[in-house]
Design a protein around this ligand. Structure first.
Ligand SMILES: [Zn+2]
Length: 78
């Protein structure tokens, strides 16, 4: 497996949707490829962070500010 192939299946790896054969190939690659391990760690953290952010309720004032922003001059320009 090349680094390119490894990175292509990383999202599936995190979602645990890889086939056992793909999983084995990826894990073998990760064992001998430090850059891909680092990439996976970063990717995982970003995925976890995104999941966390989505669960958190947006504070009303932020929501209001966002609405103001969207309906302001910027949002109404053609
Ligand atoms: Zn690699």
């Amino acid at each position: 497996m090349t680094c390119r192939e490894a990175i292509e299946v990383l999202a599936d790896y995190i979602e645990s949707t890889l086939t056992p054969a793909e999983l084995e190939k990826l894990e073998a690659h990760l064992r001998e490829c430090a850059p891909c391990r680092a990439y996976l760690a970063t990717y995982k953290r970003a995925a976890e962070l995104a999941a966390k952010v989505n669960r958190v309720e947006m504070p009303p004032e932020v929501r209001q500010r966002l609405r103001d922003f969207l309906s302001g001059p910027l949002g109404s320009t053609p």
